[in-house]
Write a protein that binds this ligand. Structure first.
Ligand SMILES: [Zn+2]
Length: 404
């Protein structure tokens, strides 16, 4: 036994046990002491006690083992608190439960504080605590002389009629003073001095905001604006409005070119999905264009000559058929359709399809048209008053699905 104990001590530092592991690339030690370990590495995270390995159970996760290229992953794993027997669904539910519990708690606390503050304020207004009901009735009874009149009727005599007439005439003589007196008394009594209009508005705003809580939001449309291009004077005649459902509607107010682009530059590494409604309802043909325009050209060029899909079909750039038939419908005068455009500039990819069925899919014929080291924006163009373009959806995805 003694022999064994002696063996578990460090040769260099006999007071320390040989119970440390050090697993570093080109610096692997399976049985050293703590002092040795600390001289052998600067990265103390890589020092592990034998016991830690021996006692590691099913749920145990080391803080820096196994070796990984990205040290942040250890922290990420710790944060996940992965345990046996817990599904991802349960973790999501727990996270969302925590969110709502804290939301309720904080809102309740805030409301309680406000409620008390207002109540204290009212209590401090001492003049409000008097019996204003009695005050009002006294003044009313005096002005109306209702008991005098009552008495005259109860003891009716030949003088009564004369006296009654006098009383009523007197009322008319004092009509101004009496009106004013009662008016003032009423005002004191009115509790609507506490104006509920603004607080009610705030209440509605809070409820509206709460309604916007969405953990699974996959449409960024509400965060994005569309701007009028500086190209042609006529782009300035565009009407761009946000619909109630947050979608963006673009109309032209004169029959002439109008170009509008998104308020952000496309990140070449991101995969974008845009969905666009194209509508026209007159002799006007489908000169409805959707595509990308170079940042440098966005206020000088028309989208028509750039990389774009044209509903009228007279553009050869975006009509290489991937599936089905052409997506565009040509020079039709009645159009009401939705298309989806997918853009991944780093891959020089732009595709377009009918939405939501994806039965026809086309893509950019010459991928080299998309230049490297060049900034692009998503843009649309229309021509006639009868035209309408509605951007219904903008999102980015980590991977495009296989629908197109
Ligand atoms: Zn040692």
């Amino acid at each position: 036994m003694d022999q064994e104990k002696k063996q578990s001590k460090c040769n260099i530092h006999p007071k320390f046990n040989d119970d440390i592991l050090l697993f570093e690339k080109d610096n692997i030690h399976t049985k050293i002491c703590l002092v040795c370990a600390k001289t052998l590495t600067k990265n103390f995270n890589k020092i592990i006690e034998h016991d830690e390995f021996l006692h590691a159970d099913q749920d145990y996760i080391f803080s820096s083992f196994p070796p990984l290229e990205d040290e942040d992953i250890y922290k990420a794993i710790k944060k996940l608190q992965i345990k046996k027997g817990s599904s991802i669904q349960e973790l999501f539910i727990e996270k969302i439960n925590n969110y709502f519990l804290s939301l309720k708690k904080e809102i309740n606390e805030k409301i309680d504080i406000l409620h008390n503050q207002v109540k204290q304020k009212i209590i401090q207004m001492e003049h409000l605590s008097q019996d204003s009901g009695e005050n009002f009735l006294n003044i009313y009874n005096e002005i109306s002389s209702k008991f005098d009149i009552q008495r005259l009727y109860n003891q009716y005599s030949k003088d009564s009629e004369q006296r009654l007439k006098e009383i009523i005439q007197e009322k008319y003589q004092n009509i101004k003073i009496n009106t004013q007196k009662l008016k003032e008394t009423i005002q004191q009594y009115q509790t609507d001095k506490i104006r509920l209009k603004k607080p009610k508005e705030i209440q509605q705003k809070i409820l509206d905001l709460l309604g916007q809580i969405d953990f699974f939001k996959n449409n960024d449309i509400e965060d994005i604006e569309f701007l009028k291009s500086g190209s042609y004077k006529c782009s300035q005649s565009l009407q761009i409005q946000r619909l109630q459902n947050k979608q963006i509607q673009i109309n032209q107010s004169i029959d002439n070119h109008g170009v509008s682009y998104a308020n952000f530059i496309l990140n070449p590494n991101k995969k974008y999905i845009f969905r666009i409604k194209l509508q026209t309802h007159s002799k006007a043909d489908g000169f409805l264009n959707v595509g990308v325009i170079q940042e440098n050209d966005k206020d000088t060029k028309k989208l028509y000559g750039e990389i774009c899909y044209i509903e009228r079909g007279d553009n050869l750039k975006m009509r290489k058929i991937v599936k089905g038939n052409n997506v565009f419908e040509g020079s039709k005068t009645q159009i009401d359709k939705e298309i989806e455009m997918r853009i991944h500039l780093a891959q020089k990819m732009i595709k377009v399809a009918n939405y939501p069925n994806y039965e026809n899919i086309a893509e950019l014929e010459d991928k080299q048209l998309i230049l490297e080291n060049t900034q692009y924006r998503f843009a649309v163009e229309l021509y006639y008053i009868a035209h309408r373009i509605i951007i219904t959806h903008i999102s980015t995805v980590s991977e495009f699905d296989f629908k197109m």
